[in-house]
Design a protein around this ligand. Structure first.
Ligand code: HEM
Length: 207
């Protein structure tokens, strides 16, 4: 087996407390317990949508070609939008959802790589969450669980190519590594903050 690049080992170790905190937050915990109501599942997706949209706007400004990343393929707001439509929201309601304003800085590809690490890593846990959503509400990638299903059978391959790109961007350079790690930590922090902010989203009925 080939050795895991140093940056990936560091990233995992140095974001672990934040990962565990977000996994154990009220949405994550209830989802794993199987007690998340469908109305809260909708709220969870709305929150993720409000985080992904502005984040992806920044990710798209980066020139990823030298790192071998097709960023469009990895943007997931459109999957969230599909799920929100499946759960009964209209396009207009989706377009007026609140967006997160506290976001990690993305002025260099190293900073953006830290963000990418968090957003792509979430597809790993997504496989478990997709199974829970199917068990709890009978929803699959076609009717409300597209986001958690993400790349389907290709999750492993997509994660592997993401890790390779991050390693290329880090280039075994400690300064680059420190920037990537700090950015990943800020991304987790920003998401946790956004999930904790009381939602002003009015509840709507789940279809
Ligand atoms: C209920 C919620 C979640 C569960 C159950 C979960 C579970 C998991 C699992 C099982 C893995 C792979 C474990 C491993 O290789 O050690 C993983 C990896 C990861 N997850 Fe989560 N996760 C959850 C939420 C999230 C969220 C919300 C994010 C970020 C938006 C996230 C980011 C990551 C990252 C970055 C990794 C990669 C770790 C590595 O470097 O290998 N996870 N998660």
């Amino acid at each position: 087996m080939t050795e895991r690049p140093r940056i990936l080992v560091k990233l995992k170790a140095q974001t672990r407390p934040q990962h565990d905190s977000i996994e154990g937050n009220r949405f994550g915990k209830a989802m794993m317990d199987g007690t998340l109501s469908e109305a809260d599942y909708l709220l969870f997706l709305q929150k993720f949508y409000g985080f992904h949209v502005p984040l992806e706007r920044l990710l798209r400004r980066i020139n990823w070609s030298s790192a071998g990343i097709d960023i469009e393929q990895r943007c997931k707001a459109r999957l969230l939008e599909r799920d929100l439509l499946s759960l009964g929201m209209t396009q207009d309601e989706i377009a007026s959802l609140p967006e997160a304003s506290t976001l990690p800085s993305m002025s260099t590809i190293q900073e953006a790589a830290g963000v990418l690490y968090v957003m792509e890593g979430s597809t790993l846990g997504g496989q478990i969450q997709a199974r829970q959503v199917q068990k709890m509400y009978g929803r699959t990638a076609d009717n409300g669980a597209a986001y958690f299903s993400s790349y389907g059978a290709h999750v492993g391959a997509m994660w592997k190519s993401c890790c390779e790109a991050i390693a290329r961007i880090a280039d075994n350079n400690e300064e680059n590594e420190a920037v990537i790690i700090a950015s990943a930590q800020q991304t987790f922090q920003a998401l946790e903050h956004w999930l904790a902010v009381e939602s002003s989203i009015e509840s709507i009925e789940v279809m």
